[in-house]
Structure formats: C-alpha cells, structure tokens
Design a protein around this ligand. Structure first.
Ligand code: GLP
Length: 260
C-alpha cells in the first residue's frame, strides 16, 4: 500500500486529481480502447472534480474516451432527486466535461428489479474489461462505497441496508432529517472494488482519522471495510494531516521516507 500524506484537503485533492489525470493521459484512450474509471460522491471528491473541470477547460484533459462507473446510489431516489448520486455527478462533474452520456454508468436506485440491476452492473464492468482506477472516499466508520461495517470483503454489487450511523452522518444532505435519508442503497461490493487495477482512497479531516488508522495499521477486518485495501496490489490512501492524525509517528515516518 502507498500512503500519500499532504498538509491539507486542497493539496491532497490536487495530488489525486493530477495523479489520475496523468494515468488517463498516459493511457492515451481511444474509443476502441477506453480508460475505465470508478468514481465516488460525497464532499471529499468535490475539489478533485473541480480540478478536472479546470484541466478540461484548459484543454489539458479529455474524458471523451473515458468510461465511468459510480460506486453507489440510494434506493428509491430517481435521477432527478437533488440528493441522488446521479444528480450529484451531473452537477459536479459530468455537465462540465466532454464525457459521452453513453459512457456514464450509475446504479439505478429505482429499477424495477434491484437485484437484476446489480447483476447487470457487474456484467457491464466486466464487458468493459474491468476498471483501471477506482477512486473512493471513506466513511467515518471506515466504509468504502456503501460497504458498511461487517460487509463481506468478497462482496459484489448488491442492495445494502445503511447503518443508523451512516444515515445520521448523511442526513446533513437531507435537511438534517434522518427520516428523509433512504435506508438502503445499491453499492459495488468490496470485491468489485478490489478487482480494479488500482484503488485510490482520499481521506480528509479529523472525522476520518480513526478509519484511516484502522485501514492502515490494524489487521484486515470486515469491521473496517477500508482495511481490505491492504490486500490490493495497487492500493493508495491519500490523507491530509487531520485524517492522518491517529497514525503512529513511525508509520508517518515510513511513508514519508519511501515517497521522497
Ligand atoms: C457516503 C458514500 C461514500 C463516501 C462517504 C463519505 O457514505 N457512500 O462513498 O465515501 O459517504 O462521504 P464524504 O466524502 O462526504 O465524507
């Protein structure tokens, strides 16, 4: 695992945005050989998306031959709902770049058959040849995508019931009313994430420090699904100082040393 330590959220986001942009550029994607990118929602990736929009507008980066798969979506919210992840992605990224609509994949939380929807999603990823880079955030309890504590570390895309902790944390987007937060989501599994060639997780702020500590220093456990990243050949956690604040000084020294 690589751990990239940056002084603040802005610098961690800029590093991540450039790292992935360089991956896309050096891959030189074409319509026959597209770059496949996994994407998250939440407040964490907003600055990365702003950076990519800037790069696109400056003519430095194109998404014309990029295929995207989002991590998750709430059950019961349609694409027009202001808190749906569909809406979030178009508002904050897709409406501002040159991605082709047919290259965008987001789970449909109002599909008539949710299980079939999840199965189709796994198949669509496979049909594209798998995901090159999966970008993610992290929940305060260490969840990646919506893989809540005690999710199977080999799980695939499926319906997941959200914990009351996650519902409470996410209620900030629903007028702080827990009753407005959907209780279920469709999410890629930990196994789906681990199949990506590279997984990059951005963690910012003190609220994520415990999850970062468990992900990096404690043994792999389904209690902290982020810890599955320890088994990935190309896992990267990018942290700002606050998110890294519970790491042992020797751990910080080690990762700073090898990144020099
Ligand atoms: C939600 C999403 C996760 C995200 C997490 C953290 O639960 N399903 O993908 O990583 O929130 O969100 P934020 O970045 O707003 O802290």
């Amino acid at each position: 695992m690589r751990v990239i330590l940056k002084p603040n959220h802005q610098q961690a986001s800029i590093w991540t945005a450039h790292y992935i942009a360089n991956k896309i550029k050096s891959f030189a994607p074409t319509s026959e050989r597209p770059f496949v990118l996994g994407l998250p929602t939440g407040s964490t990736p907003l600055e990365i998306y702003a950076q990519w929009i800037k790069m696109y507008k400056n003519g430095e980066l194109s998404f014309a031959n990029v295929i995207t798969f989002n991590m998750d979506e709430y059950v019961g919210l349609d694409a027009q709902h202001p808190q749906s992840y569909h809406h979030f992605m178009f508002e904050n990224l897709f409406n501002h770049i040159d991605i082709k609509k047919e290259n965008i994949h987001i789970l449909n939380g109002v599909a008539a058959d949710l299980e079939q929807e999840c199965e189709n999603y796994e198949k669509a990823i496979k049909d594209c040849g798998g995901i090159h880079v999966f970008l993610g955030g992290i929940g305060e309890d260490g969840h990646i995508a919506f893989n809540e504590p005690f999710s199977s570390l080999t799980s695939r895309t499926r319906i997941k019931t959200l914990t009351s902790d996650t519902i409470k944390v996410n209620s900030r987007f629903f007028d702080n009313d827990i009753n407005k937060v959907p209780h279920q989501a469709l999410t890629v599994g930990v196994g789906t994430l681990m199949d990506a060639q590279e997984v990059l997780i951005l963690a910012s702020g003190a609220k994520k420090a415990k999850a970062v500590y468990h992900g990096i220093e404690e043994p792999i456990s389904h209690k902290w699904t982020i810890s599955a990243l320890q088994n990935h050949r190309h896992g990267i956690i990018v942290c700002d100082e606050d998110a890294a604040s519970k790491l042992e000084p020797e751990t910080i020294k080690y990762f700073k040393d090898i990144e020099k």
